[in-house]
Design a binder for this molecule. Sequence first.
Ligand code: ZN
Length: 267
Amino acid sequence: MITLSDGHLSLPESFLYGSLDRSDVDIILGNADMVAGGLEPPCNVTLLRTDDAVVLFDAGSGSGFMPTAGKLPDALSAAGVAPEDITHVVFTHAHPDHLWGVLDDFDEPIFANAQHLMGGDELRYWTDPDTVNTIAPERQSFAAGATRRIDLIGDRLETFGDGEQILPGVQAVITPGHTPGHMSFELSEGDARVFLIGDAIGNAHVALARPELHAPADQDPEIGAETRVALLNRLAEEQTQAVGFHLPGGGIGRFARDKDRFAWNAG
Ligand SMILES: [Zn+2]
């Protein structure tokens, strides 16, 4: 298992702070990934190679979301993997930075030989015609973009449920809140375990210093906070190696409890 960089996002500060005071923010952020009034969270796509599968967890942003993201094709090529070598593309959720990279500039599926897999609750939410009307206005383009891509992937896309073993050594674990059907994945090989958390723990500063705070990035902030606190407690307790899509250091590391907050130790 390795991670490949899809580049990074460029977000305004307000995207992460929500109800926090400016002074709290300064204390929490310290030396975090701040640049001139914004944040540049990395995007880490996981590549898993087994005896008979080459699996991507999420597909990155593609060329249509942000100019700083959509670098996955270059990273794959540098790793010696051709898009047609990918056998499975497994989605944590259907936000643009995770889904939109499935199509090329001609709207053709990039991973032409791959089976695409998405959690059933997540697929139902983004294909529900009501979603574009009920989602927050700033996310309406996410809904239209997800629906269009899901449509164009067509019958390459299949669903799975919570707890399902979707591939040998890959078990789905529902971690809702960031999106209604957000999925994490427990990878196991022998005794070794790796937990892919997607965006259920979305950054290594506010989410670790104040995990119980409602995060503006989460579509259901209350459920998102419950999920985050439970995951952090479990992963820190078990010292499980984790991979976070937007966490620093290539996204691979371990959480540790640090009094009433948590720390991220990359590596
Ligand atoms: Zn994301």
